[in-house]
Design a binder for this molecule. Structure first.
Ligand SMILES: [Ca+2]
Length: 183
């Protein structure tokens, strides 16, 4: 059944996905097959618009299963804000974190992940939220926050906007190698 799932997308559908992402036709078909296999009965009713719980997708993909940002990813990429992904939502996520995405695209997405209160600024409050939600409560929060502030040259009272953040990660040699999610 899964082997035939790519027939559910028209060539126009596939090309549209290619136009909107960093994927080629082969990538789109491969990702669709993986998406389809999560719940064939639902996906075949409306291949492009059917929505699957983000949690089901995260649990199916080893690349996402242990990602500490699952909730943030669901918040950012669920186009209906319902913690579910259509195939297009899922492809948007895979593309933005994919190996073919330019580093500045991944950096912008990373900024969104860290901006927990979605106010367009990375603030000390976001850093505390990051440590609490992602690293875990056992960390010495103030020490970690101070370390990060020192590393990025931020004052305790200041915040960083997206372009400043992009400038910061541009100086991090490991950034373009890390923060990838090849699927
Ligand atoms: Ca913020």
């Amino acid at each position: 059944m899964g082997a035939k799932s790519s027939c559910l997308l028209s060539l126009d559908d596939i090309d549209e996905c290619c136009d909107l992402t960093y994927f080629n036709r082969k990538d789109i078909v491969r990702l669709f097959n993986r998406f389809y296999r999560i719940n064939p009965n639902i996906v075949k009713t409306d291949p492009l618009s059917a929505r699957l719980p983000a949690a089901d997708i995260f649990n199916t993909f080893n690349e996402l299963k242990y990602n500490p940002f699952q909730k943030r990813l669901a918040d950012i990429f669920s186009s209906q804000n319902d913690s579910c992904f259509s195939f297009e939502d899922f492809v948007d996520l895979a593309s933005a974190f994919g190996e073919k995405a330019p580093p500045e695209v991944r950096a912008a997405l990373t900024f969104c992940l860290y901006d927990f209160d979605n106010d367009g600024l990375l603030s000390v409050a976001d850093l505390y939220r990051f440590i609490h939600d992602i690293i875990g409560g056992s960390a010495n929060q103030e020490t970690v926050v101070q370390y990060i502030l020192n590393e990025v040259g931020m004052e305790e009272s200041s915040s960083v906007n997206e372009s400043e953040f992009l400038h910061i990660v541009d100086r991090l040699p490991d950034f373009s190698r890390s923060f990838k999610l090849p699927m």
